[in-house]
Design a protein around this ligand. Structure first.
Ligand code: ADP
Ligand code: MG
Length: 271
């Protein structure tokens, strides 16, 4: 008898998200913009990946392609073996935009619950209990604001509600397009750790768009550096800082070195 039965099966683990040879063009005839050219990218389940690059390098376009909101002109985007379109129809995504976009006439708790009702409500995805909503709001320092209305909150608080709402969807993939861009620098720095706190609890796959080197470095498992004209992936860097990440880490030499390397990666694209 051979010991075949005890051998590890040969399993190739498919990435959750696979972008292969993707081109994306906008406009027509003489005014064509190549927003993306030859983009290859794989993202594993539970990974936190940032797309980092200057304005116009195609970050939002790539995020929208992953989310099934754009179709590629060449290549393919697959999510757990299906098309991005099918994944969107199957409610696999939560989207966090730049501005919080809360429903003004709904309370904080109802804002969090509202979309999750549309997304969930099945046996596999039960709607959140009041306790669960309170728990998520507590994680971002909003205990006691469940019954407040958006206009009673600061911009930073509204964006925290927006974060909680996205995680509360229970979607396996969160797509975030510069969610902190509209916030002041100090609020923005706090938001990183609130986001990480939610992510550590729920371990959703996150694709995070930013043009902030420090933000990408402190948040991510991997940073994908993009370059413009045409938009493309220039390089990737694994961020091997331990988790959970903390604000204190931003003062450590290891962090400064990562930031320095990312800046070099970015600069090389402009030569
Ligand atoms: P980023 O998010 O990195 O700033 P975008 O993905 O928004 O970059 O844009 C990449 C390029 O594609 C830019 O040149 C932009 O002008 C162009 N572009 C993006 N969306 C559209 C669109 N809907 N129509 C025409 N051009 C677009
Ligand atoms: Mg953008």
């Amino acid at each position: 008898m051979q010991t075949m039965a005890f051998a590890e099966p040969m399993v190739t683990v498919e990435p959750l998200i696979a972008v292969r040879g993707v081109d994306k063009l906008f406009g027509r005839r003489s005014r064509v913009v190549t927003a993306l050219s030859g983009v290859d990218l794989e993202i594993g389940a539970g990974e936190f990946v940032s797309l980092l690059g200057p304005s116009g390098c195609g970050k939002s376009t790539l995020l929208r392609l992953i989310g099934g909101l754009h179709q590629p002109d060449a290549g393919s985007v697959t999510v757990a073996g299906t098309t991005a379109d099918a994944a969107r129809a199957a409610k696999q995504y939560g989207l966090v935009p730049q501005a919080p976009a809360l429903v003004p006439w709904q309370t904080v708790a109802d804002n969090v619950r509202f979309l999750s009702k549309l997304h969930r409500g099945s046996a596999a995805h039960p709607t959140l209990s009041n306790g669960e909503i309170a728990d998520l709001l507590a994680a971002v320092g909003l205990t006691g604001f469940e019954k407040a209305y958006p206009h009673e909150l600061s911009g930073g608080m509204q964006q925290r509600v927006s974060l909680v709402r996205a995680f509360a969807l229970g979607a396996p993939i969160l797509l975030m397009d510069e969610p902190f861009a509209a916030l002041d620098e100090i609020t923005r720095a706090d938001m990183r750790y609130l986001l990480l706190e939610l992510w550590e609890r729920l371990r959703t796959t996150v694709v995070f768009v930013t043009h902030s080197v420090t933000e990408a470095a402190i948040l991510s498992d991997r940073v994908v550096v993009m370059a413009p004209r045409p938009g493309r992936v220039a390089s990737e860097r694994i961020i091997d800082l331990p988790r959970p990440r903390s604000a204190a880490m931003e003062d450590e030499p290891a962090f400064h070195e990562i930031v320095r390397q990312l800046r070099v990666d970015l600069r090389e694209q402009h030569q």
